[in-house]
Design a protein around this ligand. Structure first.
Ligand code: HXC
Ligand code: NAP
Length: 292
């Protein structure tokens, strides 16, 4: 039986860490991580830094990324540049990438992890709500990838990992906005892998399942009892943790995956195969309000 890697619920670094991969796997590399100030993105930054990587973490909230960078540097001894930026704003992305290049001289890895989501029945979803999620998840991923390509990757190669989801594989209730947005990102992964492969740019998606200690789970997990039952009936009978996701992203971003491009790596303990698509839940929620 595999030993579960350690994790902590909050956006804090791990008190102890035992390397499974070679500790200098990303030595000398620089990673640009959107959504790197919290949840899964924070742990990705930490695990990368524990493998020798310097990081740029970006999100809308400057206090959030400032605080995160402080913790990450203290725990790992690596440099971390925190920047405020909205993935929907191309001019702000260009400025942030310029600043990152000025600071580190290069960017090797892009992790598109920023996203927005909430539970809402399609019939109650406002036009702007659907658009907002697509703008953050899909268009945001394109915007940042496009800027990184133009400013660095086209001449030097690079690696992109897009954090997506399994929502659209079976058509999850209350998730038409996020399911469509993430499915489009998986399509983008394949398109860009084909188009940018000749310039030595690898592009992959990683689709997590339910991950403990995250905003995603808090927003989308639903009633605790129902979630526990679904998880217990899934193949590995447990939720994943942020460290497990970060280890899989590390694999995709590292030279261990040098011949891997255009794939969607599902890291969900098999949950998408067995989670029930509970229509009754939709009926209950529809009778409440639009904002759930
Ligand atoms: C219905 C909602 C809503 C809700 C907002 N809206 N929240 N509709 N239910 N709970 C509607 C608003 O009414 C508005 O439409 C439109 O969405 C835009 O809302 P704003 O608040 O103006 O948007 P913005 O400030 O840009 O914020 C984006 C956000 C917000 C997505 C709405 O929640 C956010 O910033 N989230 C970031 C963090 C996050 O979501 N983390 C979880 C990621 S987990 P109207 O018509 O009123 O103008 C994840 C997991 C995927 O992605 C897979 C899991 C298995
Ligand atoms: P999270 O902590 O809320 O991460 C989302 C991050 O994106 C936040 O740091 C947020 O910071 C940033 N962000 C949101 N909108 C942004 C914007 N417009 N511009 C720039 N940054 C923005 O949630 P999480 O659960 O860890 O999710 C991380 C990723 O994993 C997401 O892509 C999500 O879809 C995916 N995922 C999660 C789960 C899960 O179980 N948690 C399952 C499947 C997939 P600011 O608010 O400061 O901008």
């Amino acid at each position: 039986m595999d030993q579960l890697p350690p994790d902590v619920e909050e956006d804090d670094c791990l008190p102890d860490y035992r390397h499974l991969f070679c500790p200098d796997l990303l030595q000398g590399k620089v990673a640009f991580i959107t959504g790197g100030g919290s949840g899964i993105g924070f742990r990705i930054a930490e695990i990368f830094m524990r493998h020798g990587c310097r990081t740029v973490i970006v999100s809308r909230s400057l206090p959030r990324v400032l605080m995160a960078a402080k913790k990450l540097t203290a725990a790992t001894g690596q440099r971390c540049l925190p920047l405020s930026m909205d993935v929907r704003a191309p001019a702000a992305i260009m400025a942030a990438v310029d600043q990152a290049l000025k600071e580190f001289g290069k960017i090797d890895i892009l992790i598109n992890c920023a996203a927005g989501n909430f539970l809402c029945p399609a019939s109650a979803l406002s036009f702007n709500a659907f658009k907002t999620v697509v703008e953050i998840d899909t268009i945001g991923t394109f915007n940042v990838s496009r800027v990184l390509y133009e400013k660095f990757f086209q001449d030097h190669g690079g690696v992109i990992v897009n954090i997506t989801a399994t929502l659209s594989l079976r058509g999850q209730v209350l998730q038409v906005h996020a399911g469509c947005a993430k499915a489009a990102v998986d399509a983008m992964t394949r398109h860009l892998a084909v188009e940018w492969g000749p310039q030595n740019i690898r592009v992959n998606s990683l689709a997590p399942g339910p991950i403990s200690g995250t905003e995603g789970l808090r927003r989308l997990g639903g009633p605790q009892a129902r979630l526990s039952k679904m998880v217990l009936e899934s193949p590995l009978q447990r939720m994943g943790n942020k460290t497990e996701i970060a280890h899989s992203v590390l694999y995709l971003a590292s030279p261990l995956a040098s011949y891997v491009t255009g794939i969607v790596l599902v890291v969900d303990g098999g949950c998408w195969l067995t989670f029930p698509n509970d229509i009754k839940q939709l009926m209950n929620l529809e009778s409440t309000s639009a904002k759930l």
